[in-house]
Write a protein that binds this ligand. Structure first.
Ligand SMILES: [Fe+2]
Length: 341
């Protein structure tokens, strides 16, 4: 049977390629730190020695549109072109041609159907940056066959968080039962709190660092119960208008399994959004443990969960307290002024 040697869940950021390949004097000030962390994260995939990648992402209205947007879709092609014109123009992302694995895609499709997940299928899927970003960050050689799975995080009505989690559980069972000697790695990207357009875009940090703190704890401890109790479509909208991509991270946690502690957890505050890089090794061996430790030393990452009450989040708790007190004082003085008129 296939061996699932790693599960990677991370945010994706289309500016990474340009930020780290531009001439040094044109790079943003945070590019060096970002590259160091991404290249360390890449080592955690190398240690999993993958033969096939199951990749989870979401089409950003490149190929799917409001009139035809499947909740879940699997690619079943020999090859996948990647990168759309606007992604080249705006982000400088190069074109790619990824090899498919039609046999595995067919097997995945049928077995997910058998578990009551009726995915749409595409024989001519073109991949966008939700899948190319992690190729660029963790497998820039782009030399492995992929089984792409797309989810709907954009067009309401969206599937529930529970449905995403359960799909992850189902994908795990399919990988575990696939008759092959090959090693499989599942890689999926999404978002923590995120605002695209709207008043909170391009703030000093992501729109809700305290949601991010909870999210990273929940994901890195495999705490499905807490996520399903606390995260709804409405609550995600409240912490940033594009936060629904968090459900793809939840799906990846489903593949790793309930209660599974992550073996590598890193995060980076990129002024307007928070990056997160998590790896689970379901059957961790010594090589993988050593790789995670070595990578964590380079990137200042953790080789276990990061908890919401860790000191790293203190400044954001204080900021929130101050802003709440400030808002309260402002509101009181506004009432006072009003009453004088
Ligand atoms: Fe995106």
């Amino acid at each position: 049977m296939a061996e699932l040697t790693a599960v990677l869940a991370s945010t994706h950021h289309p500016f990474y390629y340009k930020a780290t390949t531009s001439p040094p004097d044109e790079r943003p000030p945070y590019a060096g730190d970002w590259q160091r962390k991404v290249e360390a994260y890449r080592e955690t995939l190398i240690a999993a020695d993958p033969d096939i990648l199951v990749m989870v992402g979401a089409d950003h209205f490149h190929q799917l549109w409001l009139d035809n947007y499947p909740q879940f879709l699997i690619g079943q092609a020999e090859q996948y072109d990647a990168t759309f014109y606007n992604e080249e123009r705006e982000f400088g992302i190069p074109k790619f041609l990824l090899q498919g694995d039609v046999d595995f895609s067919r097997y995945m499709h049928q077995e997910l159907m058998n578990q009551e997940f009726d995915l749409a299928v595409s024989h001519e899927l073109k991949i966008d940056h939700s899948i190319i970003c992690p190729i660029i960050t963790v497998r820039p050689e782009a030399d492995l066959p992929v089984v792409p799975i797309y989810t709907n995080i954009f067009v309401p009505p969206l599937p529930s968080p529970k449905r995403f989690y359960e799909l992850g559980r189902a994908i795990r069972r399919v990988i575990d039962s696939y008759p092959t000697e090959k090693k499989v790695v599942a890689i999926g990207t999404g978002h923590l709190s995120l605002e695209l357009g709207g008043p909170r875009q391009f703030g000093e940090h992501g729109p809700d660092p305290l949601f991010d703190a909870d999210a990273i704890e929940w994901l890195s401890t495999g705490n499905a119960e807490a996520i399903l109790a606390n995260v709804t479509h409405e609550s995600m909208s409240g912490v940033g208008n594009a936060t629904h991509g968090f459900m793809d991270l939840l799906l990846m946690m489903g593949i790793a399994g309930e209660g599974e502690h992550a073996d590598y957890v890193d995060q980076l505050d990129l002024f307007h959004t928070r990056e997160m890089y998590i790896t689970w090794y379901p059957y961790k061996n010594q090589k993988q443990a050593e790789a995670a430790t070595a990578a964590a030393e380079v990137s200042d990452a953790s080789t276990g969960p990061i908890y919401a009450n860790d000191a790293v989040w203190d400044q954001f708790r204080e900021e929130k307290q101050e802003s709440e007190q400030g808002t309260g004082a402002d509101a009181l003085s506004a009432v006072g002024e009003g009453s004088e008129r």
